[in-house]
Ligand binder design. Structure first.
Ligand code: NAP
Length: 321
């Protein structure tokens, strides 16, 4: 029987509605500042989309544009200014930064309370230590997607293909927090198919189109496809052979319309959590601070990687149904 297909847009819309409802009564409104360095057209488009999404949910967005040749010190100074500006509650540095910039050093400058992407070492350390913190948007979205789809994570064997700081590693930590038994695979993993065939939950985040074939999927597994590669025709292609895998899986996320919309929705939710951090307000996001069950984590921005909050699958999200 063909797998149930996850409607990422619908799940994301529920989050956005909750965020919009939470923001409504707030004064001042939460403010997300986005730092964009250079003229990368894809980054410019992502920043524009994030700003539009902020507007839809009532979050104020502020863009800081710096030239392609901006010096490291100048970028860090801008981040410091946003850190100390009480009108700014959340800061996102759009990745990738130009090649001359030391990306980790810039990301490390972001105040952990305003670190909407969870890139700082403080927040990634908290994730590793099992302390509640701001989580990377994509892994957080995947956990939410699994739960919303009725998947019980505890006790399951979760296999994550990919070990980036943006997706694979923080996702593995979050799955562990949910009491899954976690295996992380990467480009040096031997016998990948043998391992993936043992997965109750299989997450593909390799950026290799159609890497996961039907024969690599366990009967009845939940398959989450994070991959987004732009094909020659301009269309997004996932890491999973959707047609084949959906004949084996019981649940599958599509590309587009799966993880991408959740990533953007989680960016909005994380902005609200940064607002809580900065203002001391609570219970806007329903996060129980002391609870391991709502553990949320972090990612570092590895040089040259695109922010997981930067994927452009969200075109339809936020539009009134
Ligand atoms: P990345 O930094 O390039 O990491 C890819 C990971 O996959 C690496 O750990 C790599 O192993 C591993 N890998 C590559 N080829 C493999 C293979 N044949 N078998 C097993 N593992 C393999 O990418 P990323 O930033 O994590 O992103 C992964 C994909 O997700 C990309 O397509 C990206 O566009 C997409 N993405 C989508 C969203 C969204 O919101 N939809 C968000 C984030 C990312 P090594 O470490 O050994 O090199």
């Amino acid at each position: 029987m063909a797998a149930r297909v996850i409607d990422g847009k619908a799940i994301a819309q529920k989050i956005l509605d909750e965020v919009a409802a939470g923001v409504k009564s707030l004064s001042p409104k939460p403010c997300l500042a986005i730092v964009l360095v250079g003229n990368n057209p894809a980054s410019q488009s992502y920043v524009k989309k994030k700003g539009e999404m902020c507007e839809k949910v009532g979050i104020v967005s502020r863009n800081v544009f710096l030239p392609e040749n901006a010096a490291q010190a100048e970028i860090e100074k801008q981040v410091e200014m946003l850190n100390s500006d009480p009108r700014v509650h959340a800061i996102l540095v759009q990745l990738p930064l130009p090649p001359h910039v030391n990306e980790p050093d810039v990301l490390e400058r972001v105040n952990a309370k305003k670190d909407v992407d969870g890139f700082s070492f403080v927040n990634s350390g908290k994730l590793f230590a099992g302390v509640p913190t701001i989580a990377p948007c994509t892994p957080r979205g995947i956990i939410h997607m699994l739960k919303e789809s009725g998947v019980r994570i505890a006790g399951k064997h979760a296999v994550v293909i990919g070990r980036s700081n943006i997706v694979g590693k923080p996702l593995a930590m979050l799955l562990l927090q949910e009491n899954a038994t976690v295996t992380i695979c990467h480009s040096c993993t031997k016998n990948l198919a043998e391992i993936t065939r043992t997965a109750d939950i299989l997450v593909a985040a390799a950026g290799k189109p159609k890497l996961v074939k039907a024969e690599m999927v366990k009967e009845g597994a939940a398959v989450i496809d994070v991959g987004t590669t732009r094909g020659a025709d301009g269309k997004l292609v996932g890491d999973v052979d959707f047609e084949g895998a959906s004949m084996k899986a019981s649940l599958i996320s599509p590309v587009p319309g799966g993880v991408g919309p959740l990533t953007v929705a989680m960016l909005m939710k994380n902005t609200l959590e940064c607002y809580e951090n900065c203002t001391g307000s609570r219970r806007l996001t329903g996060i129980r601070r002391g609870s391991r069950a709502v553990m949320i984590g972090n990612r570092e921005g590895a040089r040259g990687k695109i922010s997981s909050a930067a994927y452009a699958e969200d075109d339809e999200i936020g539009k009134k149904k």
